[in-house]
Design a protein around this ligand. Sequence first.
Ligand code: F0G
Length: 458
Amino acid sequence: MELPFAESYKIKMVETIKKSTREEREQWIKDAKYNLFNLKSDQVFIDLLTDSGTGAMSDKQWSALMTGDESYAGARSYYELKETIEKILGFPYFLPTHQGRAAENVLFSALVKEGDVIPGNSHFDTTKGHIEFRKATAIDCTIDEAFETQKIHPFKGNIDLDKLEKVLQEYPKEKIPFICVTVTCNSSGGQPVSIENLKGVYELSKKYGVPTMFDSARFAENAYFIKIREEGYADKTIKEIVREMYQYADMMTMSSKKDAIVNMGGFTAMRDAELHRKASTFNIMFEGYVTYGGMSGRDMSALAAGLDEGTEFEYLETRIKQVEYLGDKLMEYGIPVQRPIGGHAVFVDAKKILCNVPKEEFQAQTLGVELYLEAGIRGVEIGAILADRDPVTRENRYPELELLRLAIPRRVYTNNHMDVIAAALKNVFDRRNEINKGLKITWEAPIMRHFTVELDKA
Ligand code: F0G
């Protein structure tokens, strides 16, 4: 008999989570102004808000914390991290930051100016926020297949090279500080980018004299998909694939809270010494001295250990198979989800489920609230609220997809939890035709409104 799949780790420490009643949840979500970010974590049974900073560190990472060096300048932990980044990603220069968006702030301060354009694949919201904050524009060049949730394509994070070349032809290179490639592409469903596509982007970037930047939050999951899906990579190790991916990047930003499995941390890395120098000034201003930049020494040591562990096949296989397990279960129940299933999350197609709720009443947010009411499960809206208003017209932007993202923290929940999530969503799905009313905004911030938006029943 063939042996079934099992996790590549055992559990040493556990944390209690609590169930609640529907009546309690009705009051809590009302008090939270129907914004799932406003809930207390104790009011949540299974928390799928994000896979960012919510992973369980390993025994090796916890022990690395104890050996961290807290010297202000030149800490041993900094050099450990520097060596690991050079070994795994191949960049000679880096600056530590407290998280991914801080890395964006540091790097973009050195590179992005008013009137610039930054082509890429569905830029993540903080990336877009840092671009628009500088009065520059993010141009989405993702392949069209990414927006058809039921269409199977192995690399839905790919950049459409024709769309990219048009942008490179239309604007002078002085107006394009870099091309931004997000691996995996969070906003289009945790979908990977192929090596072939990375190579194609890099060739165009060299042809037009514009550098390439990788937004690398889930780079290892991207490498896993290359190994599994791209011809010629099955026998390569994840570390070999990662090195190959980064041959096609001039610089990167990194939120270490995802694939490096730490609770806080990030960095930006580059090949160019001059850019490193320029960015260092901003790092010192916004984050901290160049050898700690917003991180404790112990956190840099745990991050170095996490980068090494997070690029091991056995770990990645366990991780991605769990996400697939949930996705397959939902599909078995007939629930429309983004296919193929992404690396870090299952994206539920709210537009196809809540057909009676108008888009102006935020279908994905409404579905998120319904799932919370059903079983205390917290997902996150990736739809019109996140898409925000157009910075010029101030009109609501309605993206092609209204998704509810169920992001799975790394090494935290078991497949029993996945079964509960699937059953709860099935219950909501079964009563979908009775849900006719969505939500309306009663207050919002001028930028990145989804974190703090206040809503009421429409
Ligand atoms: N880039 C991508 C692709 C991301 O997914 C994120 C964060 C960031 C950059 C910013 O990093 O949070 O460390 O400042 N994504 C989280 C999420 C918040 O839930 O997907 P950060």
